[in-house]
Design a protein around this ligand. Structure first.
Ligand code: FAD
Ligand code: UDP
Length: 374
């Protein structure tokens, strides 16, 4: 019998399990899927030999030194810079919006200062405190760039109008007035040489950890453990008794060919008339490997149905009250900590997920030690 249970073998569950195991406790990790690593799962495609990110492209990026050092114990990161392209109105542009995008789109040759004042003229300055995605876009890039690159893509990705989504989703993306097309700002960025699943496998490789795959957790099991760390959907834990929070999932349409299909790892599609949001060509995520064949996936976003494991929490502005009620219930639930992207219903990148998992286990162990010494 184990002391603790971690529900979910993604980064949240694995990192917590390892911290508890290092402190001498036994931990059982369960996942309803038949593999570890959650949505970060990678595997080699047998036909092409390409390392495929099964649930969509994952690029590691962080400013957090502790998380970077932590992961480097379990893998070698290869240099990788995320440079995304987007197709809109039959033309290809550079993303995130940078000086090249602005000059290409408006057919100009502006300097950084000229582009900045030009975009300020496009911006809707009457929006003082943007709350929604659309307000944020109109305030910072103006109507033309918003409609070309964000409006259709976001409608497809989230299945609702950008007027119903929080501004925070767009705040993930920079706007630059130079030619820097690095998608991320962070100090560290890279791709694990042998994929993400190999990292999680090594994190879980500890004599105090046992892993059971294809195993569904339910609330009734909480009493069997000293404490449970739950990284599944927060509303699912409570059997949706306050209603269902919105999640998106992705369908992938596979494209296989020889050579190079699109010349880059990620090509976004801004037009609403194109049914998919982006195409990822996975061999470009491992540029240090050579493969004659190629495998790509169109990403078709849709609402997550009952029984499916979600990809993205939506956080519709109108769902905030229900979310608050679930969070209150979660805080009152004895013997359980809610962690990770689904357990806290937040749009967390891998680095934040890992940082929070390390903090959660540290906090838990400290409190426990204090309780035992009183
Ligand atoms: P998950 O990886 O979702 O793991 C939760 C696990 O719990 C799942 O395996 C699930 O099967 C299991 N589970 C749920 N309920 C139960 C239950 N009742 N019983 C048993 N098991 C259960 N982050 C980045 O930093 N960079 C990126 O480029 C990036 N790209 C992304 C692209 C996509 C398409 C998606 C969806 C996410 C992306 N992310 C990215 C975010 C990244 O996937 C998350 O930060 C990370 O997966 C969160 O880990 P987690 O362990 O909290 O959750
Ligand atoms: N987005 C968009 N057009 C793009 C890229 C992104 O409208 O070409 C929007 C979309 O709503 C997306 C959000 O910006 O969800 C954040 O983008 P990011 O690339 O961070 O999304 P991810 O796929 O990593 O979740």
């Amino acid at each position: 019998m184990c002391d603790f249970l971690a529900v979910g073998a993604g980064f949240s569950g694995a990192v917590i399990a390892r911290s508890l195991a290092n402190a001498g406790h036994t931990v059982s990790v369960v996942d309803s899927r038949l593999h570890i690593a959650g949505n970060c799962h990678t595997e080699r495609d047998p036909q092409s030999g390409v390392m495929v990110h099964r649930y969509g492209p994952h690029i590691f990026h962080t400013d957090n030194e502790q998380v970077w050092d932590y992961l480097n114990q379990f893998t070698t990161f290869m240099p990788y810079t995320n440079r995304v392209k987007t197709t809109s109105g039959g033309k290809v542009y550079s993303l995130p919006i940078n000086l090249l995008t602005i000059n290409q789109f408006f057919g100009k040759a502006m300097s950084p200062a000229e582009a900045q004042s030009f975009i300020e003229e496009q911006a809707d300055l009457s929006i003082e405190d943007p709350q929604t995605f659309e307000e944020q876009a109109l305030r910072f890039v103006g109507k033309d760039l918003y409609e070309a690159f964000f409006k259709g893509y976001t409608q497809k990705q989230w299945g609702c109008s950008p007027t119903q989504l929080p501004a925070s989703i767009l705040k993930r993306l920079p706007v630059r007035f130079n030619y820097d097309d690095n998608y991320f700002f962070h100090k560290y960025q890279g791709m694990p040489r042998d994929g993400y699943t190999a990292i999680v496998e090594r994190i879980l490789d500890h004599p105090n950890i046992s892993v059971r795959l294809g195993t569904q957790f339910s609330r009734a099991q909480v009493k069997d453990y000293d404490h449970v760390f739950y990284s599944g959907p927060i509303d699912g834990y409570f059997d949706y008794d306050l209603g269902r929070l919105g999640y998106r999932t992705l369908d992938f349409r596979e494209i296989r060919t020889e050579g190079d299909f699109q010349g880059c790892a990620v090509m976004n599609y801004g037009d609403e008339s194109v049914p998919y949001t982006r195409i990822a060509e996975h061999k470009h995520f491992s540029p240090w490997e050579q493969h004659d064949k190629t495998i790509c996936f169109e990403e078709h976003s849709r609402a997550c149905e009952e029984g499916e494991i979600p990809y993205y929490p939506i956080r519709l502005t109108e769902e905030q009250a229900m979310l608050r009620d679930y969070v209150d219930k979660a805080r009152r639930e004895a013997g359980v900590s809610f962690v990770g992207r689904l357990g806290t219903y937040r749009y967390l990148d891998m680095d934040v997920t890992i940082a929070e998992a390390l903090e959660a286990s540290e906090r838990f162990l400290t409190l426990r030690e204090q309780r035992e010494t009183i």
